[in-house]
Design a protein around this ligand. Structure first.
Ligand SMILES: NC(=O)C1=CN([C@@H]2O[C@H](COP(=O)(O)OP(=O)(O)OC[C@H]3O[C@@H](n4cnc5c(N)ncnc54)[C@H](O)[C@@H]3O)[C@@H](O)[C@H]2O)C=CC1
Ligand SMILES: O=C(CO)COP(=O)(O)O
Length: 350
């Protein structure tokens, strides 16, 4: 049974040394919040020239242009310097490189360090989620995942935002709530790590679908149809995988699904939009220039769903368009024909 608590009753503890690994939009947004809460925050990015530019200008020009970084945030390309003395480490690295970075950092970690993944994806060519990788590549650590409807750009702009910290370790959740909670950022906790993490990975697929629908000038009826049936698919898959489907009606599930499927701030949505306008997938991904996790996730979920006999018509449809060279009008006709059982309840089998 999933439990949820929110962070509004917690206060910020004494300043802690905390590392954020990753120099992209989300790593920067999270590091900025933590530094703003008075913690000794170190953000690690692999590229020294970019780290120097951030230090010198007080801005992460490539990922969050125009956003002033907290003056107390320490930015470094030296992993040892970032980790030194830290007992809390956020890992905000795309799934493609997540294991490689965790392998590099593992020997530097003190036993009992809190490791939090913020990554919404599945490992390439395996079915490992990021918390699996944290468990496999380290020992004696305390592990959690952070996921929710959280556009980095809106977080740093101070829009009211909520997220979920998930861990079986209740004390960890409490600590992370205190570290991140601010006037505009509220943190709920959950003990359903698998459900929260799976929801974050799955919703990216459907943002590609709704981005494509927008490119084809489809209206709000279509978007509502897609989001609702996406939720049904996500819950059906989650249940088959042993996750708690109730998690999917919370912030990390339907909350993030609605957000990502409704806005061109989403990179996955923008990939779908460009493909819907006739651009080849590789070109669309290159043009976005940042990670769009859903492209890889759809391949992996399609394979897993086929293997387990889980009915996911939207996943099959987007897979057919992206990877099987099937024309979009034909795929839509098939979806709408009733040849597929588009309207089964979330837990029903076709
Ligand atoms: N941007 C957003 O609004 C949100 C993103 N996320 C998730 O957070 C994760 C990271 O996303 P973003 O920061 O937005 O991605 P991003 O594309 O903005 O940045 C990725 C960062 O990772 C770095 N990186 C890539 N490979 C690396 C390697 N081998 N070693 C070291 N650094 C490496 C890149 O240089 C870049 O600094 C993704 O899984 C995403 O789904 C979660 C919530 C919101
Ligand atoms: O996860 C996100 C918002 O919650 C960001 O979505 P994109 O990765 O599609 O930009």
């Amino acid at each position: 049974m999933t439990t949820q608590q929110d962070s509004s009753s917690t206060t910020t503890d004494a300043a802690l040394p905390i590392a954020v690994l990753g120099g992209g939009s989300f790593g920067t947004a999270i590091a900025n919040i933590i530094a703003g809460n008075g913690h000794d925050t170190r953000q690690w990015m692999r590229d020294e020239s970019r780290a120097r530019d951030c230090r010198e200008t007080g801005e992460n020009h490539y990922y969050l242009p125009g956003v002033p970084l907290d003056p107390a945030l320490k930015i470094t390309s030296e992993l040892e310097e970032a980790i030194d003395g830290c007992r809390i480490v956020f890992v905000s690295i795309p799934s493609k490189s997540f294991r490689e970075v965790v392998q590099r950092v593992a020997p530097l970690l003190a036993e009992g360090t809190v490791l939090i993944s913020t990554t919404k994806g599945v490992e390439h060519d395996s079915f490992h989620l990021m918390s699996d990788i944290l468990r496999e590549e380290t020992s004696g650590m305390r592990i959690g995942v952070l996921s929710g409807p959280n556009f980095a750009k809106e977080i740093v702009a101070g829009h009211y935002t909520a997220t979920v910290i998930a861990s079986e370790d209740a004390a960890l959740c409490d600590t992370i709530q205190k570290v991140l909670h601010s006037e505009t950022f509220r943190v709920y906790s959950s003990n359903d790590v698998f459900g929260v993490e799976l929801a974050g990975a799955l919703k990216n697929i459907y943002a590609i679908v709704t981005g494509m629908a927008a490119a084809l000038d489809r209206g709000q009826n279509t978007i509502s149809l897609l989001i609702t049936r996406a939720l049904a698919e996500m819950m059906r898959f989650a249940e088959a995988m042993g996750a708690d489907p109730m998690t999917f009606i919370g912030l990390a599930g339907v909350g993030d699904l609605i957000l990502t499927c409704s806005s061109d701030l989403s990179r996955n949505y923008r990939v779908g939009y460009l493909v819907g306008r006739g651009r080849p997938l590789e070109e669309a991904v290159a043009e976005i220039g940042q990670v769009a996790e859903g492209v890889n996730t759809v391949r992996l979920i399609k394979h897993k769903a086929d293997e387990m006999g889980v009915y996911m018509p939207l996943v099959s449809a987007i897979h057919a368009i992206l990877f099987e060279e099937r024309p979009i009008p034909e795929v839509i006709r098939n979806l709408m024909s009733g040849a597929q059982t588009f309207d089964v309840a979330y837990s029903a089998k076709p």
